[in-house]
Design a protein around this ligand. Structure first.
Ligand SMILES: C[S@@+](CC[C@H](N)C(=O)[O-])C[C@H]1O[C@@H](n2cnc3c(N)ncnc32)[C@H](O)[C@@H]1O
Length: 330
């Protein structure tokens, strides 16, 4: 009888064979971790997704099984350093700078010149991430983008810290906006989870302990000086929606069978990215996107850019409405 470790290895081994065979059928090599990410026709193929899930689940269980428990728990307990260092690299656009160089990579001294930051800080942070497979250290203190770090590139190059320029940086969907948001608001709020749960009467939520005793996240977003945070959140949400395969939503129900006088209402729908996907698939339906006024005014620009006709024909309506009211007594 094989041990549970061996069973996990067997799952990994057969799923890797299935994965590689899908790539070889298409005549393409499985992408290397050392190279920047590029999409392939197989990214969302059912056989590839199934094999990938098996490998990830079995490999994670294998790591948890063979790690000395305190080592494993140390990694979990210090996960905030990964979040913090990722937040730093996206805030100072490291992946964008590395993208300008060839396969030989860029020395931290050059990165220090571009960013105005201390090369020894840059070197240690990038090495911390490279040892976790994010960035590749080609030779001592010389780094380049790899498959993971390359998704942190975005089209906007460094800007000053002025409100307008920061808002402009987040004017289009970007995965790095999601990382930056996680390393900033999310991480700062998460530190308050334990104190909040132990003293629930003191504040309505961990967010209130961290940022603003009286406002919700969404009210706080509207306060002066936070416009760039709204832009960053919107950019992250749009990117996340873009990365969800359209079939997840389009196959959820038989949208085409609905009559043309029926309404689809997305409550807390952000700028309306999910509604846009549906509208393109089933333009005969009526769509209502409800959210708070900051998202709805960003949503108007989003629809003007992507499907102005929806607004003009009245098939798509954006409504500024506070509807997800939450009571801590509920
Ligand atoms: C996690 S985001 C999801 C956005 C959107 N569903 C998407 O996938 O892009 C949650 C949304 O809920 C909205 N929201 C929060 N409180 C709300 C309220 N009281 N009424 C309506 N929308 C609200 C926020 O503005 C935000 O856009």
């Amino acid at each position: 009888m094989s041990s549970s470790l061996k069973s996990l290895v067997d799952i990994i081994s057969s799923a890797v064979s299935a994965l590689e065979s899908q790539f070889s059928k298409q005549g393409i090599d499985y992408p290397s971790l050392d190279d920047p990410y590029y999409p392939t026709v197989l990214d969302d193929a059912v056989e590839v997704v199934t094999a990938r899930r098996l490998i990830l689940a079995a490999a994670a269980q294998l790591v948890a099984s063979v790690s000395p428990p305190t080592d494993y728990m140390k990694e979990c307990s210090t996960a905030m350093y990964t979040t913090a260092t990722l937040g730093f690299v996206v805030d100072v656009d490291i992946s964008n700078f590395l993208d300008r160089t060839g396969p030989e990579g860029l020395h931290v001294n050059s990165l220090a010149e571009y960013t105005g930051l201390d090369p020894s800080h840059l070197g240690r942070i990038l090495r911390f991430l490279a040892t976790r497979h994010i960035f590749k250290e080609c030779s001592p203190n010389v780094f380049k983008n790899n498959r993971l770090s390359s998704v942190l590139r975005d089209s906007k190059l460094p800007v000053s810290n002025s409100e307008t320029q920061r808002t402009d940086k987040y004017s289009s969907p970007s995965f790095s906006s999601f990382v930056s948001f996680c390393a900033d608001e999310s991480m700062k709020v998460s530190c308050h989870l334990s104190d909040f749960i132990k003293n629930p009467k003191e504040h309505v939520s961990p967010f209130n302990r961290a940022f603003s005793p009286c406002a919700t996240t969404w009210e706080w977003f509207k306060q002066p000086g936070n416009g760039w945070r709204v832009a960053r959140f919107g950019s992250a949400m749009e990117n996340l929606s873009d990365s969800i395969p359209a079939e997840t939503l389009l196959n959820a129900i038989d949208w085409k069978s609905l009559e043309s006088d029926e309404f689809v209402v997305d409550v807390g729908g952000g700028v309306g990215s999910a509604a846009l996907m549906l509208y393109k698939h089933s333009p005969h339906l009526n769509y209502v996107v409800q959210d708070l006024d900051v998202q709805i005014s960003a949503g108007t620009k989003f629809w003007e850019r992507n499907a102005l006709q929806g607004l003009q024909t009245g098939r798509v309506r954006l409504q500024s409405k506070g509807c997800l009211l939450f009571s801590s007594d509920a």
